[in-house]
Write a new protein. Structure first.
Length: 118
């Protein structure tokens, strides 16, 4: 199983980034996909999640209206479009997969750094 995040980098406040997470080794279309982030000295927190069929999404209040999660089951990839970025969005962003039917299994990527600074 692999989850590989990409698209992170340095961006100015107000800018945009699009993160991607490419999945392999499991049946992607049956898994709920999520983006988490962890800032230095803080706990990892849920940013956004999307159901297996893209029918349902959820967002943390801090990113509502600015971030959009999406997925392409044909490409085994989940995305998060991040607009109007703020310095407080600076963190390592992680991709997570868990089965849509529930259970203890979950898979994590290694993360990609996003830094919002002028």
């Amino acid at each position: 199983v692999q989850l590989v995040e990409s698209g992170g980098g340095l961006v100015q406040p107000g800018g945009s980034l699009r993160l991607s997470c490419a999945a392999s080794g499991f049946t992607f279309s049956r898994f709920v996909m999520s983006w988490y982030r962890q800032a230095p000295g803080k706990e990892r927190e849920l940013v956004a999640a999307i159901s297996s069929d893209s029918g349902s999404t959820t967002y943390d209040d801090s990113v509502k209206g600015r971030f959009t999660i999406s997925r392409d089951n044909a490409k085994n990839t989940v995305y998060v479009q991040m607009n109007s970025l703020k310095p407080e969005d600076t963190a390592v962003y992680y991709c997570k997969a868990r089965p849509g039917t529930g259970g203890p299994i979950s898979y994590w990527g290694r993360g990609t750094q996003v830094t919002v600074s002028s």
